[in-house]
Ligand binder design. Structure first.
Ligand SMILES: Nc1ncnc2c1ncn2[C@@H]1O[C@H](COP(=O)(O)OP(=O)(O)OP(=O)(O)O)[C@@H](O)[C@H]1O
Ligand SMILES: [Mg+2]
Length: 274
């Protein structure tokens, strides 16, 4: 393993990973600008291959940091992320990034035809159409419509429509063999109902795929196989929705609070964004 800048360059191929599990084992991580304030310290979490995990927690809990570590934008200073028992640093970085389809809040928007936004590296048309349908964007525009004004026949999308296109991109990648789907709040511009609907669609479309959904909302992820409640870089609760509701802890409190606000929104007709 040769270091390139701060990142270690492994050589093992990522094809087929994970077959068993992704595991954060005793991970310590501090951002370079704040080396003495670790965001994660002794962090443990296992995601069984083929299952879905939701990570919920309030602003600054460390959710995006976990996502960045998993995409290998940074490396832990202690402990390791293991994929089927192999240290992620031993795996070829490009090959790993091809395995993961990640959508972040500031996902890319290309001034290109819709088809190229869904599949930047190309995909058969049925794959693109099915991915758009799964993302709830079947009737958005013709596949050759450029997603920007100023082009012949071009059109501008709303924030919510762009989010569906970004999700279709992830779903098309799954259909073409990506092994891990990671969504870090690409749905934050949607209201609670919109986010819940998108997460449900994603979970349906990725039953066989290892899927990680990140949200600061507790009321949109109930259908994930397991939900991990993160606070100050620590897992404070972990389990399925029903288990966590029965436990009557943090998740249940936050779920009820947010569900109550959601009910108020239904009554008043006002959008609840958080
Ligand atoms: N590039 C950075 N440099 C230094 N500190 C950072 C950096 N990015 C995040 N942090 C800090 O790390 C901690 C965790 O941030 P992170 O972005 O992982 O939280 P989050 O759970 O994703 O929050 P949010 O819900 O706001 O997206 C916070 O204290 C944050 O200020
Ligand atoms: Mg975040």
């Amino acid at each position: 393993m040769a270091p390139r800048g701060a990142l270690t360059l492994g050589s093992q191929p990522a094809a087929g990973l994970p077959a068993r599990a992704i595991r954060f084992a005793g991970v310590r991580f501090a951002y370079p600008s704040r080396p003495d304030e670790p965001v994660l310290d002794g962090f443990d979490l296992t995601v069984p291959a083929g299952s879905s995990l939701a990570i919920v927690g309030q602003n600054g809990a460390g959710k995006t940091t976990l996502a960045k570590l998993l995409c290998r934008l940074y490396e832990p200073q202690a402990g390791a992320i293991e994929v089927d028992g192999v240290d992620l640093r031993a795996i070829d970085i490009e090959s790993w990034r091809e395995r993961i389809t990640a959508v972040f809040q500031d996902f890319a928007r290309f001034e290109l035809p819709l088809a190229d936004n869904v599949a930047p590296a190309g995909a058969p048309e049925p794959v693109i159409r099915e991915a758009l349908a799964e993302a709830g964007a079947a009737d958005l525009a013709a596949l050759d419509t450029v997603l920007a004004r100023g082009y012949d026949g071009g059109t501008e999308l709303s924030g919510g429509q762009w989010q569906r296109v970004a999700l279709a991109r992830a779903l098309a990648a799954v259909r073409q063999g990506a092994g891990i789907v990671l969504l870090d709040e690409p749905t934050a511009q949607l209201d609670v109902r919109g986010e819940a609907e998108i997460f449900e669609r994603i979970l349906k479309a990725t039953r066989e795929t290892t899927t990680i959904l990140i949200s600061h909302r507790f009321s949109t992820v109930r259908h994930a196989d397991r939900i991990c409640v993160l606070e100050h870089g620590r897992v404070v609760e972990l389990g399925a929705h029903d288990e966590l509701m029965a436990r009557g802890g943090r998740y249940q409190t936050m779920f009820d609070l947010q569900a109550q606000r959601f009910a108020e929104e239904e009554e008043t007709g006002l959008d609840v964004l958080d």
